[in-house]
Write a new protein. Structure first.
Length: 406
């Protein structure tokens, strides 16, 4: 009996120890599981956070909302803008207003982007513009207008417009060499507009807007651009070289203001306007030459969806008279009183009879001012090839100038 009792009493401490050990083991297991879960959760958060940091893209530059392209009319507040052309120039020229000294800008380290535009006052009352233009290139870089050169007619900030009046001017931007102009932002106090400069559609540009830009070019020494606005079939063999020889000596001596355009007729492919203009000399005084009639009739024709000017006979005669060689003066022939002289002519009146024979003789004896080394391409040289080949650009007489040029 005693042995049996002793045996039961001797086993109790063992059972208690076992239970104690089991409890401790259970606590350890639970603690380990919780710790593993926390570590797993933390690790997962670290991975997600790391992945998030890796995928986060750089913030995209603000994109300008596009309202139109070159040739379209876009509204910014109470102004309606139409971009006419975008020109890249190494050097730019401008006369801000009559009597102002002509200025120029340009250097080899940069170039200029000239954006020709028309702006109309749609406010319902006279106003002065207060707009700002910003140019963006293909990379998203932005450029402000160069305020060191004042554009004709007051520009985007300072142009005086009557009710519903439209005027032409140019925005000038100084930019690094070789950029590609992509977008123009126009901001006014009442709104803003974006224009895509990589696309153009000039079919909706009315003919009177072409005439406004044509006169603008004379106040910016953009004579070549003005020549390109003529219908080639109407220039009567007046070459680009002859055109430049006539106008380039006049830079800075004349300012032309287009006062009024009166439509006389307009069809689907032909239009006629009466143009009233004022010409000023270098001091800002109105040119009082009685031979100059500031009111003329201008015809226009549509060619391949674009309006072109028809070069008038009186302008052709004036150019021929001025670019002719020095020779013994012929007796003066006075023009009939009812004959309208061209107001674009700013040289002294011609004393050469305006006959077909005299025209051919005069132009054939033009001085040799150009040779093939003056041109970069055959196409450019071809523009200077005149009847009689006065510059000797066509060696074999087959009608092609400087055939060795690319």
């Amino acid at each position: 009996m005693g042995g049996l009792l002793f045996g039961r009493v001797g086993r109790r401490p063992s059972i208690k120890k076992i239970l104690t050990l089991a409890a401790v083991l259970a606590v350890l297991l639970v603690s380990s599981a919780c710790s593993s879960a926390d570590e797993g959760k933390g690790g997962e958060e670290d991975v997600i956070a790391g992945a998030s940091k890796q995928r986060s893209p750089d913030p995209e530059p603000k994109r300008t909302e596009i309202d139109g392209e070159i040739g379209d009319s876009v509204e910014a507040g109470v102004l309606s803008f139409r971009i006419f052309d975008v020109r890249a120039k190494d050097r730019i020229y401008a006369m801000a207003e009559p009597g102002k000294k002509p200025v120029t800008r340009g250097n080899i380290s940069s170039e200029y982007v000239a954006i020709d535009y028309l702006v109309q006052n749609i406010s319902g009352s006279p106003m002065t513009t207060g707009a700002k233009g910003t140019l963006l290139d293909e990379q998203g870089n932005s450029y402000s207008q160069d305020t060191s050169i004042e554009p004709p007619s007051g520009g985007t900030d300072g142009m005086e417009l009557g009710t519903a009046q439209t005027m032409a001017s140019t925005m000038f931007f100084r930019v690094p060499n070789g950029i590609i102009p992509a977008t123009l932002e126009i901001k006014t106090g009442g709104g803003e507009a974006g224009v895509d400069l990589l696309e153009r559609d000039l079919e909706n540009v009315p003919p009177d807007d072409y005439l406004r830009v044509y006169h603008l070019y004379f106040n910016e020494q953009a004579y070549e651009e003005a020549y390109e606005m003529f219908d080639p079939a109407s220039v009567q063999n007046i070459t680009l070289g002859e055109w430049l020889a006539f106008y380039e000596p006049l830079w800075g001596k004349r300012y032309v203001n287009l006062d009024n355009l009166t439509p006389l007729s307009e069809g689907s492919d032909r239009a006629t306007f009466r143009m009233t203009r004022t010409f000023y000399d270098a001091e800002g005084d109105i040119v009082a030459d009685p031979e100059v009639n500031p009111s003329v009739t201008q015809e226009m024709v549509e060619v391949d969806g674009k309006w072109k000017l028809v070069m008038r006979d009186d302008l052709v005669s004036d150019i021929i008279a001025v670019i002719g060689p020095d020779e013994t003066p012929t007796p003066e022939t006075k023009a009939p009183e009812n004959e309208s002289k061209d107001p674009e002519r700013t040289q002294p009146p011609s004393t050469v009879p305006e006959t077909t024979q005299q025209t051919e003789d005069t132009r054939s004896a033009a001085p040799e001012d150009y040779d093939c080394e003056d041109f970069e391409t055959q196409e450019e040289a071809q523009l200077y090839l005149a009847p009689g080949d006065p510059y000797e650009l066509d060696e074999d007489g087959n009608g092609q100038a400087c055939k060795t040029l690319p």
